[in-house]
Design a protein around this ligand. Sequence first.
Ligand code: AMP
Length: 170
Amino acid sequence: MEKLKKIIRDYPDFPKKGIIFKDISPLLADADLFSELIDKVANYSFFKDADAIIAIDARGFIFGSAIAKTVKKPLILARKKNKLPGKLIEKTYGLEYGEDVLSIQDSAITPFNKFVIVDDLLATGGTAKCVIDILSKKEKKILALSVIIELTSLKGAQNINIPTYSEIKY
Ligand code: AMP
């Protein structure tokens, strides 16, 4: 997937000084490459074995929904604070500066046991770990974390104890 590395743009010091932001917008605008990528990722056997896919707010929704449509599996949203109605399971997680909250609807996960988590990028792993903690609290099984980009120097995959699959590593 050399084409992927070429199309993802780096923006140094965005949104904060010291962060090199990986912009996936040009990838989404390349219909052939986006489609090729989704087909490749959706082919992983853990998607077939999963009962449902959980996608993380917000760019995880883009990839999660395309994969869910391809593998014909239910899609569940892990959303930022104050976005979901009903009975929620929530967890606060640490960011580089400050903290944030992710929520999942209790009724959305109740019917299922085996999940795959999808996001655009794995950095420190704090965001994915938050979803893992929510699912673990409910005694759900997590088969894998699937991301497009992994920033290996931040050791996110080591911070979470589930198999992690990434399409490009930096
Ligand atoms: P982390 O919790 O540190 O693994 O961060 C992962 C989340 O933050 C993902 O949902 C990404 O969308 C976002 N993120 C973190 N670092 C970057 C980056 N360098 N470029 C783009 N998105 C990032």
